[in-house]
Design a protein around this ligand. Structure first.
Ligand SMILES: Cc1cc2nc3c(=O)[nH]c(=O)nc-3n(C[C@H](O)[C@H](O)[C@H](O)COP(=O)(O)O)c2cc1C
Length: 278
């Protein structure tokens, strides 16, 4: 794949991603990086099945992600049956795209497989109930899912993550037949984007907010957030959306318990799914 380091700046791509606040340094662009920078969530799909082999390709990409100590403590359940998608859509807050997408993937932190094989080998389970083991599974599953997203976008497909899967984790676990110590983390709708309903790239924070050199610098981050509020307001205006400062969105979401949309009960849900989290 050619390295296009010296190519002229991709004005469109960077402008969409950063508004007026693109990094000053020239980016090193190639096809892979263009695909990553062009990401946008897609919530409208064509009513068409995915090409044969698509699911297996996405899972191969997911499995190619790094995994802590090669433990591979994640699983994904692929849901294509319309009735099951409809029941899951109801559980995630009536999100229509879950029904409309030909494929709905549920990504799982899975300590059950490791626990089973240890038991089969006559081993113990002392390490299973710790926060560390749960985090390993969450990190592994997340890296795998995002590799699948990069792969599907490179194929011209679109997707949207569904955090609503954590609204009712026990009901999702029952629907999918999950054993104890398997936790649904997020869903992913996958389909061919409907060209009649195109989606825009949503600008991100200036790099100064997320990239600190050598040591952490809150003042630098806060200054960048103020610039981002302006950029995102412009994006909201262009999209015909209500203009709300991003910093207010974050404050509203995390500043009051209501912002968690019922997911403040997650600790109890995790316990009932067999995660002690010591
Ligand atoms: C873990 C996770 C959960 C999400 N859950 C939902 C969801 O339940 N419904 C939805 O419409 N979008 C969901 N999203 C999509 C985000 O809203 C979206 O990624 C964000 O607004 C940035 O937009 P972009 O992906 O188009 O760049 C989720 C994203 C992530 C990473």
């Amino acid at each position: 794949m050619p390295d296009l380091t010296m190519a002229p700046p991709p004005e469109g791509l960077l402008r969409e991603r950063y508004g007026d606040h693109a990094p000053a340094a020239p980016l090193r662009l190639n096809e892979t990086i263009r695909t990553l920078l062009g990401h946008r969530s897609v919530r409208r799909y064509l009513d068409e099945p995915l090409a044969p082999g698509t699911l297996e390709t996405l899972v191969a990409a997911a499995q190619s992600a790094s995994t802590s100590s090669n433990l591979q403590v994640w699983t994904v359940v692929a849901v294509e049956e319309p009735d099951r998608k409809a029941r899951l859509a109801a559980l995630v807050g009536d999100q229509k795209h879950v029904v409309q997408a030909p494929l709905f993937l549920v990504w799982l932190a899975d300590l059950a497989r490791a626990e089973r094989l240890s038991a089969q080998a006559g081993g113990g389970r002392e390490g299973i109930d710790y926060v560390e083991s749960f985090l390993v599974a969450v990190v592994d599953a997340t890296l795998a899912a995002q590799s699948a997203v990069a792969a599907l976008e490179s194929l011209g497909l679109g997707s949207v993550y569904i955090g609503g899967i954590r609204n009712h984790p026990q009901a999702v676990a029952a629907e999918l037949g999950l054993p104890p110590r398997v936790m649904p983390l997020f869903g992913l709708c996958v389909g061919k984007p409907d060209p009649e309903r195109p989606t825009s790239v949503k600008p991100r924070l200036p790099q100064e907010a997320v990239l600190h050199r050598e040591t952490y610098d809150p003042a630098q981050a806060d200054e960048a957030v103020a610039r981002y509020d302006v950029t995102l307001s412009g994006f909201q205006r262009a999209q015909g959306m209500a203009e709300v400062a991003w910093s207010k969105i974050v404050a509203d979401r995390l500043g009051v318990l209501k912002g968690l949309n019922g997911r403040e009960r997650l600790r109890a849900a995790l316990e009932s799914l067999g995660f002690e989290l010591r």
